[in-house]
Design a protein around this ligand. Structure first.
Ligand SMILES: [Zn+2]
Length: 99
């Protein structure tokens, strides 16, 4: 499993996470087998699904097969950033760089 969501988050006492089937997105900046885990952000008219979060570094949308929650650690392969999911000012999930 090469999901950007780091697997430790899946072994928790939280309620079960909704699962998502990822389709090919045409994202071509990573090897073929990872392409479905990323897509380009389409700008202000775009919106994020519960399994998606925007990378603040390269502005690529990171997609997991699982619903994302605050505190999750995700990996952005296009820019090799390690990120933590948090609740942003507008109440939406956003990713922050993990140091
Ligand atoms: Zn990135």
């Amino acid at each position: 499993m090469n999901d950007p969501l780091q697997t430790g988050a899946l072994v928790s006492k939280d309620s079960p996470r909704q699962r998502f089937v990822l389709e090919e997105t045409g994202f071509d900046e990573v090897p073929v087998k990872y392409r479905r885990f990323y897509r380009r952000w389409q700008g202000p008219g775009d919106s994020l699904a519960p399994n998606e979060v925007l990378c603040p570094v390269c502005k690529v949308v990171i997609r997991s097969t699982r619903e994302l929650r605050p505190g999750d650690r995700v990996y952005c392969m296009p820019c090799m950033s390690r990120l933590v999911v948090a609740v942003g000012a507008e109440g939406r999930l956003e990713a922050r760089v993990a140091y």
